[in-house]
Ligand binder design. Structure first.
Ligand code: TRP
Length: 324
């Protein structure tokens, strides 16, 4: 089994990334060979990412990932743009990708609504993502729920390549776990993400008082009569609590809620405390790593290990399609 996943270097690591993907990435290191890639080319499709920001973002992200428990000795941790095979394979895979499939991608439709200038790479984004994965013949891809459609497309691309040029790529499977969908506290109808602004995400390494403020400001409801369905904001608080608190604490709050006696203030306070407990070791390690890691060296080593896998696969692809 080989695991591949990617994360965009766009600012800080937030709870959505942490619970939706990274926590699982850490676990998977025990079970498989894992490749974790900082997808800087993907980040370029976002018009809000400026050069200085991009330069800084990958450094912070690597430290965040290591603080969460990603071990660059055990896993292959690298930057997408350090391995040119990604973009080479991307072009070839584009030739077995349906235009209609790309036009149907939800993420493309949503992102192109947010941007003034809709760049062609935003449209092509899922092809590069397929190349990321297939280049390593990866079969498992731990991602948040929003990436399931892209993974399905990667499978279709693999299948189309295999049927035209002969069996080569395994069909990669999305691994979507509990916690795959953390919503914004300020607007629980949308996914927690950086694009909506700082009130819409909670950074893993944010100052404690900011986290407290954002949790307290979380949208709830004016109180429900017993038996009424939970509002999205409260459901979000509960689902995060479930990820960080012991089951008896969660069921206690659930009971209070269903009886109509729950004070959301208490729920938020408990959530904040449990969350800080979960994040404490990560936050401590992050501060230590800052001064002790040579990131440039680390990235060079990571890219070298990645290319050891990527080069022969791309060579085989070139042969299959007739370029070599
Ligand atoms: N599109 C993914 C996201 O936004 C990031 C990504 C790029 C990725 N390439 C990947 C994830 C390959 C998994 C595998 O989260």
């Amino acid at each position: 089994m080989r695991v591949f996943s990617g994360i965009q270097p766009t600012g800080v690591l937030h709870l959505g990334n942490y619970f939706g993907a990274v926590r699982r990435w850490v676990e998977l290191q025990e079970q498989a060979q894992c490749l974790y890639c900082v997808v800087d080319y993907h980040a370029l499709t976002n018009e809000a990412t400026g050069p200085d920001e991009l330069r800084d973002a990958w450094r912070g992200l690597i430290l965040d990932l290591m603080a969460c428990g990603i071990d660059p000795e055990r896993s292959i941790v690298f930057r997408q743009s350090d391995v040119p095979e990604h973009t080479e394979l991307c072009w070839i895979l584009g030739c077995v990708t349906s235009f209609g499939d790309l036009a149907r991608m939800t993420q493309f439709k949503e992102k192109s609504k947010e941007q003034v200038f809709i760049n062609a790479s935003l449209f092509y984004y899922p092809v590069l993502q397929a190349a990321d994965i297939l280049l390593y013949l990866a079969d498992r891809v731990p991602v948040g729920e929003d990436q399931v459609q892209h993974l399905e497309l990667s499978r279709r691309i693999a299948r189309r390549f295999n049927s035209r040029f002969g069996e080569l790529f395994p069909e990669p499977e999305a691994v979507v776990g509990q916690g795959a969908r953390v919503m914004s506290f300020a607007d629980p109808s949308r996914k927690m993400s950086k694009s909506a602004g700082p009130e819409h995400y909670i950074g893993v390494n944010e100052p404690e008082e900011d986290i407290l403020r954002k949790v307290k400001a979380g949208v709830t409801d004016p109180g429900l009569t017993p038996g009424q369905e939970m509002s999205p904001g409260v459901a979000n608080l509960f689902s995060i609590l479930e990820l960080v608190a012991p089951p008896d604490i969660v069921s206690q709050f659930r009971e209070q809620h269903s009886e109509g006696g729950l004070l959301y203030r208490d729920l938020k306070q408990a959530l904040f405390q449990q969350l800080m407990e979960e994040l404490a070791p990560v936050r401590r390690r992050r501060a230590e790593l800052e001064s002790s890691v040579d990131l440039d060296e680390l990235m060079m080593a990571g890219a070298h290990r990645a290319r050891e896998i990527a080069e022969p696969v791309l060579a085989e692809v070139r042969t299959r399609v007739g370029l070599a």
